[in-house]
Write a protein of this length. Sequence first.
Length: 330
Amino acid sequence: MTMRIELGERSYDVIIERGCIEKAPSLLNLERKVLIVTDEGVPKEYADLISKGSKEAHIAVLPQGEGSKNMAHLENLLCKMLQEGFTRSDCVVAVGGGMVGDIAGFAAATYMRGIDFYNVPTTLLSQADSSIGGKTAVNLGGTKNIAGAFWQPKAVLIDTETIKTLPKEQIASGMAEIIKAGMIADAELFGMTENPGSASIDEMLTRSLLVKKRVVESDEREGGLRKILNFGHTIGHGIESVTGMLHGHAVALGMTVMCSDEARARLLTALEIAGLPTEVDCDKNEVYEAMLRDKKMKDGKIDAVWVDEPGTCEIVELLPEELKKRIEML
Ligand code: GLY
């Protein structure tokens, strides 16, 4: 199916279809210079498929992991485009997970003040969240995503066949974002995640993308509503940086302490079904410190997202001490 993200002149199609990478040459405009950014963990054949369909392809393979999302690699990507004579009419294609999409998108946003960008996410996590919405960034000075830009892709190709080769924990990590979408805005989707076998991953992924589409269309630059997509992330990012666990696993834990007791009981069931953690053994003070580094405060308070009942949520302003108490509940 094709889902259109309606953002005026920045509108684009998200194509969700098994095997759609193979159709990339007819779905994307690759009749120009194309910088394909991927990482060592992504099956080489995906980048090769894009390369074969391009007029002039250049492939940049980054080391796997969040550590590559830095200024040094960004500079390498920009220099490569400069050396190869890329102009404003050329483009960047990200083929991989969230790290690749974030840095490749930021390279596209900054090269010659912005060139076309296509995203081909190949992990469930990036298919469910970061590949749409236009957030691009690198990490800097120990802070995640601190240098970045809103730069919408020209199209997103979600080939759900690619998740077949992912390790189980990577699927679980992506399921966390799908469960999140259900918790904040789609009770029926949340119900699917509570009832194994009631829906396929493709169906749940598409529904969670519909949640993200609605949110991004009404608040592209996170002035308000888009903050709800950060449910579980305020504390989750702290857990992620202290424990090094996968993003979705940390977000899963972050969600467990930001909802009512009733919602929490149901959330724990959904997390267990998805193979996600429901408790963690780590230094809670370190998580608190990491969360404070990550989150910008406004008038001494931090915006967080609270769920009373799956399918609805509210943005609440909490004092750091209130979040500390929540972290202690982990
Ligand atoms: N990942 C949250 C957002 O795209 O706003």
